[in-house]
Design a protein. Structure first.
Length: 305
């Protein structure tokens, strides 16, 4: 068990290091920040001085080493636009993104799990067809269109909820529903698939042959043995929600890291973009690592590895 955890920790560090190297390479490929920071009438001496100040005059491998050492200290440099530390700008937006991520994940789970479980148990019935039709619609309708339609209906026409902004709980309802609309559909389909796999297992058939009540079969034998698979799905969706809410945050003017990263991309503010990408990747990796640890604690087969 200990060796497995150490191996997974090593793999997680390698993934994060790979993300750091990729963000560094992309930031160097997309263009020279000196062109952005200096006016068109700047002299060559000013350009050279700024390149030296930013460390862009050094060989690429030296720049990469310096960059990795700074990232290890959570130093992503200063924003080209505001001049503030990129990490500070990011940390100011993290609470809003986590709030939206938690609300969207909770709503997605509350919709997807009952829908997937009922569709699997009632396979081939009207419940299954209706549930999977809803899931198909959820995956087919673009999130930005769903968000705009909900603003028009619930904010403009009915005036039940605010159309955008950040504040009391009513402000998070529309963006959370927009996020959950797609992810609940995907989670419901995968939950149904996992449960159907377990329903075909021999021990489930044996329990039914013994006369165990169907409710006990579902709770003790089916759901208990699909818990890890469902947990993996939910963790994956939570990671995607944190890093993939860019359009939703833009539509609803939500002050999260998605909106921050979109503004940084438009402004070619590379330090902020790099910090956002690395933080989102680290969150995703840590979330999956925690799920693996839970998997080890509940599955004795992995514990022996």
């Amino acid at each position: 068990m200990g060796a497995y955890i150490v191996r997974r920790l090593g793999q997680s560090l390698i993934v994060i290091l790979g993300v750091i190297c990729i963000t560094f390479a992309i930031s160097r490929v997309v263009g020279n920040p000196v062109v952005l920071l200096l006016p068109a009438e700047a002299t060559e001496e000013q350009r050279v001085a700024l390149m030296k100040d930013l460390g862009l005059d050094k060989p690429m491998y030296v720049q990469l080493g310096i960059y990795i050492s700074k990232v290890a200290r959570l130093d992503f440099g200063r924003s080209f636009r505001s001049g503030e530390p990129a990490m500070k700008l990011l940390l100011d937006r993290v609470p809003a993104s986590l709030y939206l991520c938690f609300a969207g994940t909770l709503l997605s789970v509350c919709i997807a799990l009952p829908l997937g479980i009922i569709s699997a148990i009632k396979r081939g019935t009207i419940f299954d067809r209706v549930g999977m039709t809803i899931a198909l619609l959820g995956q087919s309708i673009p999130g930005f269109w769903a968000g705009i339609m909900m603003i028009l209906l619930f904010a403009v026409k009915l005036r039940w909820l605010p159309p955008s902004g950040y504040g009391p709980p009513q402000y998070v309802i529309l963006p959370a529903v927009t996020l959950a609309f797609f992810f609940a559909a995907a989670t419901a389909r995968m939950t149904r698939s996992n449960i159907l796999d377990v329903l075909d297992m021999e021990y489930v058939r044996y329990a039914r042959l013994k006369g165990v009540p169907e409710r006990i079969v579902i709770l003790r034998h089916v759901l208990r043995n699909t818990f890890i698979g469902i947990l993996n799905i939910v963790a994956l969706q939570a990671g995607l929600l944190l890093g993939g809410a860019v359009i939703t945050e833009f539509i609803f003017s939500w002050p999260g890291i998605g909106r921050l990263s979109l503004d940084a991309i438009y402004n070619r503010d590379y330090p902020v973009v790099q910090a956002t990408v690395i933080l989102a990747a680290a969150f995703f990796v840590v979330l999956n690592l925690l799920v693996d640890i839970v998997h080890i604690a509940t599955d004795p087969r992995i514990r022996k590895q």
